[in-house]
Design a protein around this ligand. Structure first.
Ligand code: BEZ
Length: 208
C-alpha cells in the first residue's frame, strides 16, 4: 500500500448515487468512513450497505459520513439501491461511488489479486476532518464487516484526540481509559479521576 496511517487521504472526483463529488469537498469538516465492497447485487454487500444505512444516526452523532465504492457502473448502483432497502429494512441514505475504470480502487489499493477476481475487497478507511487516514481495515470478500466495531473505533479515535489517553482492548465508551505514556502519574491524578497505577507504564483512569 502506498500510504499509511496519518497520511492525507488521496483525492478523487467521481460519480456517485448522489451525483458527482470531489473528495474532500464532499467531506467538508466531517469524519468519513470510506469503504469498498466487491460488487452490486451480491448478498454480503447488500447486508453491509443496509447496516450502514441503519447506523446513519450513529454516524451523524459522531459527525461522520459514510461513503461506499465498487467498480460497478452508476447505472448498476441505481438499479441495486432499492434492493438494499427492501432486504434490510433501511433505504440507502449515503452515496455509493461508481469506479468502473478502477482508478480510485487502485489509488486506495482496494484490489487484491489473491482474492479471486479484479473487483475490490472489503477495505475500510476512517478519515478525520483534517483529511488524514486514521484507520485502515481489510476484510476478504467472503466476510461481512462488523459495523459496530467501525463505530467503536470512531468513538475511540475521537476520545484519544480530545484527551491524552489511549483505549485498552475491547474498550467501549464509558469504560476506563489508559493514561498516555507521555503523561506522568502525578499530572494524570490532577487531570483524571480514579487514576490507578498497575505498572509504571499502565495507568487506568475514569473516562474523562
Ligand atoms: C457478497 O457480497 O456476497 C460477495 C461478493 C463477492 C464475493 C463474495 C461474496
Amino acid at each position: 500500500m502506498g500510504f499509511h496511517l496519518g497520511d492525507t487521504a488521496p483525492d478523487f472526483t467521481a460519480m456517485t448515487t448522489d451525483g458527482e463529488i470531489t473528495f474532500p469537498d464532499w467531506q467538508g469538516d466531517s469524519w468519513v468512513v470510506f469503504y469498498s465492497h466487491p460488487a452490486d447485487f451480491t448478498p454480503v454487500c447488500t447486508t453491509e450497505l443496509g447496516r450502514t444505512a441503519a447506523l446513519m444516526s450513529e454516524f451523524s452523532a459522531r459527525n461522520t459520513k459514510p461513503i461506499a465504492l465498487s467498480i460497478d457502473p452508476i447505472e448498476d448502483h441505481h438499479a441495486w439501491a432499492p434492493d438494499i432497502g427492501e432486504v434490510t429494512g433501511t433505504a440507502l441514505n449515503f452515496p455509493i461511488v461508481a469506479d468502473p475504470d478502477r482508478a480510485i480502487a487502485q489509488l486506495y489499493d482496494m484490489i487484491h489479486p489473491g482474492e479471486g477476481d479484479t473487483s475490490t475487497v472489503r477495505s475500510v478507511f476512517v478519515i478525520d476532518p483534517e483529511h488524514k487516514i486514521r484507520l485502515m481495515l481489510t476484510y476478504p470478500k467472503s466476510v461481512g464487516r462488523n459495523f459496530d466495531e467501525i463505530v467503536r473505533v470512531i468513538d475511540a479515535l475521537q476520545a484519544t484526540d480530545r484527551d491524552p489517553i489511549a483505549t485498552p482492548a475491547d474498550w467501549r465508551p464509558g469504560d476506563r481509559v489508559i493514561v498516555s505514556l507521555a503523561m506522568s502519574t502525578e499530572d494524570a491524578k490532577e487531570r483524571f479521576d480514579n487514576v490507578e497505577e498497575f505498572k509504571p507504564y499502565l495507568r487506568y483512569a475514569d473516562a474523562p
